[in-house]
Design a protein around this ligand. Structure first.
Ligand SMILES: NC(=O)c1ccc[n+]([C@@H]2O[C@H](COP(=O)([O-])OP(=O)(O)OC[C@H]3O[C@@H](n4cnc5c(N)ncnc54)[C@H](O)[C@@H]3O)[C@@H](O)[C@H]2O)c1
Length: 339
């Protein structure tokens, strides 16, 4: 489906993006402005960066603050026709190092956003994650599949559970309070403005290491696979799920179904960066402490988004990685490699 034909039918004027200074959020803000919307952002800059929005100064309304601030959220949601709720504590490393803060941000913060949306009768899109499928072994993963989650003493699973609880909250607010909502579940997005700030993104870590000609450090044997979706595809799917009537009350996988091993990803990033980095491996225990669990595969079934939203990913990893590496080279030269 042609993007312009779909987007021209959208009737929302003012849109709020929570987490709009973040990686996906700031790319979404660019898209919303290009489509002629008025945009407000709320972000506490905990992992997001003001520089992601610096080029938009004067074009958007920026509120530095937390989604845990109920009064601020209610005020900012007021007047918006639509909310894209992307603010969250993200990334495995963040969740492991600060589980309480992460759970509170994701659960209490989301409830404050959903409550404000009900109060102001504002439609909302919730950004969720492939993590909610946990270590399920059915591939590809469809929206109605069972979740398989590890034990509660492994703090990594608190991210999965907190984002799943967000989804439950959204469905419950829809059923009991008439909230107009839809949900997208992202599978490993990468692209310009991806950052390392404690996030643990494998593309970001490897890109920084490759550009510095430092060893590329892979957790585990590197045979685990993931599907990497380019951010322009992610935000297009997000926009469609957030605006189309057909999406109301539903969750959609947004990602690609093309698998690539982490070893192969490292090789491709080295090629794109023209790097002489050597590839090395460390155990999960060394990287994250004892008892860490990591799914061996994670592959989305994106047929629901194709059928209902008319969405399909367009940017291959061969196209997307060089764009990402070039952006990183131009913007993140001084960033320290975290691992
Ligand atoms: N990048 C991915 O591959 C991926 C995968 C699955 C899900 N997601 C989801 O997409 C969304 C965006 O993630 P991202 O990758 O752009 O990460 P990000 O860290 O760049 O974006 C999150 C943003 O939320 C902000 N934030 C955090 N806590 C906040 C609070 N209490 N109040 C206000 N703002 C707060 C951060 O400062 C940041 O700007 C998140 O909901 C995340 O769970 C991302």
């Amino acid at each position: 489906m042609a993007m312009a034909a779909t987007f021209a039918t959208v009737g929302f004027v003012q849109i709020l993006v929570t987490g709009g200074a973040g990686f996906i959020g700031s790319n979404l803000v660019d898209l919303l402005l290009a489509e002629g919307h008025e945009v407000k952002v709320i972000d506490d800059l905990s992992t997001g960066r003001a520089s992601n929005l610096a080029h938009l100064e004067g074009s958007i309304e920026f509120h530095e603050g937390s989604i845990l601030d109920v009064d601020l959220v209610s005020r900012v949601v007021g007047g918006a026709d639509l909310v894209f709720h992307l603010a969250a504590a993200v990334g495995v490393r963040n969740i492991i190092e600060a589980p309480l803060r992460s759970i509170r941000t994701n659960v209490d913060g989301t409830e404050s956003v959903l409550e404000a949306c009900v109060r102001h009768d504002t439609r909302v899109l919730l950004a969720s994650t492939s993590e909610i499928y946990g270590k399920a072994l059915k591939f590809p993963m469809s929206e109605d599949d069972d979740r398989v989650i590890g034990p509660t003493h492994v703090s990594r699973w608190s991210y999965s559970t907190s984002k799943a609880l967000d989804e439950h909250l959204a469905f419950a607010y829809a059923a009991e309070r008439g909230l107009r909502m839809s949900i997208v579940r992202y599978f490993n997005t990468y692209g310009p403005r991806l950052h390392q700030n404690g996030y643990g993104s494998v593309v970001a870590s490897m890109t920084a290491q490759a550009l510095a000609d430092d060893p590329i450090v892979i957790h585990g044997d590197g045979n685990q696979t993931r599907c990497f979706g380019f951010v322009s595809d992610t935000i297009r799917g997000t926009y469609l799920a957030g605006t189309l009537d057909e999406a109301l009350g539903q969750a959609f996988n947004v990602g690609t179904s093309i698998e690539i091993s982490i070893n192969e990803l490292a090789e491709r990033i080295c090629r794109a960066a023209g790097s002489s980095s050597k590839i090395s491996h460390i155990s999960y225990d060394e990287a994250y402490g004892p008892g860490f669990e990591d799914p061996i595969r994670r592959v989305p079934d994106v047929s629901k988004a194709a059928n209902i939203l008319g969405w399909a990913p367009e940017v291959s990893i061969d196209e997307g990685l060089p764009i990402t590496v070039d952006w990183w080279r131009d913007n993140n030269e001084t960033l320290m490699v975290a691992q």
